[in-house]
Design a protein around this ligand. Sequence first.
Ligand code: SAM
Length: 266
Amino acid sequence: MDTSETQSITTPAEDEELVAAFETCILTAVPMVLRSAVELGIIDLLAREGGASAQLSPSQIAAHLGIANPDAPRTINRMLRLLASFSYLSCTLHGDQSLYGLGPKSKYFVSSEAGSFAPLLRFLQHKTLINSWYGLQEAVKNGGGLFENANGTNIFEYAGKDPALNTVFNNGMESPTPLYMNKILESYRGFEGAKTIADLGGGVGQNLRLILDKFPNLRGILYDLPHVIKDAPAHPRMERVGGDLLKSVPKADILFMKVIFKSSHP
Ligand SMILES: C[S@@+](CC[C@H](N)C(=O)[O-])C[C@H]1O[C@@H](n2cnc3c(N)ncnc32)[C@H](O)[C@@H]1O
């Protein structure tokens, strides 16, 4: 048969759409696998032992982590192959052996004072939050909020009653902050000249501490719900005040709010 006369059934664009649609069905696996790789300590291990260019085999990874299960290297290989195919890790083939190292995106999930998305991933992939998504159709049909419908109250009140989730929530908000707040502080001039700033819904003070460190003449008020404020570390120019911003807010030259959204809808 003369292949030059073969008719294309689909266009290249349609082929891409088909692959993208199929990929969507398995996308859930990506943050789930990444979360497990973080929790197992694989991402930190690759940063520590693998360095910028060195790579480790699944067997070496299992040995470093002290995992005795003989099937673990096989499972780790499957996990890391998925993460490599989504550019989280690098992967090199040596014969039939795959070696893995940090990749373009995984550096943002390494534990670091300079900021990490790992705790945010841990929070957003928490069973309590994931479970709420199953109520989306119900919320569309009968109203209410996703989290409220599944858990009887909003995420903020719920965290106040569940200390473990409260910690996961606060860490999830705190840990990525330096990744973008330091960039904002390099160019934003709006804090200059002010004497006081109140961070409303400021979490455990992650943004405010960076702002105060950058502006030594500024004094700050960290304002959040009492169960959040009790875990906020001290800063010499920061007052920590527990309260409800829907009822009252402190007075200050600047009222700062970041990632605050309050809604009774999903
Ligand atoms: C998504 S977090 C953002 C934290 C911080 N602003 C940041 O950018 O990382 C929302 C914060 O708002 C706080 N919050 C929610 N409702 C509040 C209320 N009624 N009064 C005070 N704080 C509230 C939560 O406790 C939480 O710390």
